[in-house]
Write a protein that binds this ligand. Sequence first.
Ligand code: ADP
Ligand code: ADP
Ligand code: ZN
Length: 209
Amino acid sequence: MKIVLLGAPGAGKGTQATKIAEQYGIVHISTGDIFRKNLKEGTPVGLKAKAYIDKGQLVPDEVTCEIVAERLKEKDCEKGFMLDGFPRNINQAEMLEKLCKIDAVVNIDVDLDKLMARLTGRRVCASCGESYHVSTFEGKKCPKCGGDVIQRADDTEETVGKRLRVYTEQTAPLIDFYKKRGVLYNVDGMKAIDEVFDEVKGVLDGLKK
Ligand code: ADP
Ligand code: ADP
Ligand code: ZN
């Protein structure tokens, strides 16, 4: 199963990805997580990406596509994978088409006006990347791995505003791109997390048949 999770920042891609990985045993590849790991380790990729991430802009395609192409060559991707946060523009989607055939694109559909509260209230585990929200989680340690739960530097009101604009201009056109290819499946991301996951399972179980 080769799938893409599409959706605005805060739509719940990471949250659903964890559940999908547990249920279906497929690898979760988040370009955002890869960039943050590189940032923490101070690698050349991390240094290049930082300026863009801080400004809420997309990291240039040359850097991002290279990372994804290399990651997909690894052995654990043979049985399938799930991309979260990639592709984010048409050029990236065209590059992905050259690498492999995607079985389904799950678009987590949300009301963009509701995302500011989700993102400014988001807390993430600095070790495993799991997402939490201040409204339901007050701890400082990740229940999954014991890592530190922090607020991302780009989850401020100003940067979130910019990221939502980038989404509308560059990423939202991918909905039509994949609709035309007959692989787009919409789920209602405004429902509760478990209800969204029920819809996701409906899509993915249908594919296996
Ligand atoms: P993305 O990976 O798409 O940017 P996340 O999965 O990190 O989004 O979710 C963003 C924030 O919204 C997190 O704080 C998460 O706990 C919360 N969240 C995710 N899904 C839902 C949902 N269906 N309803 C309410 N809050 C959600
Ligand atoms: P969110 O889902 O909350 O928007 P991500 O963790 O997916 O956050 O991405 C964080 C930042 O990393 C983005 O704002 C962007 O700067 C960079 N990034 C992640 N994925 C990509 C990508 N496919 N192309 C370009 N930049 C990316
Ligand atoms: Zn963790």
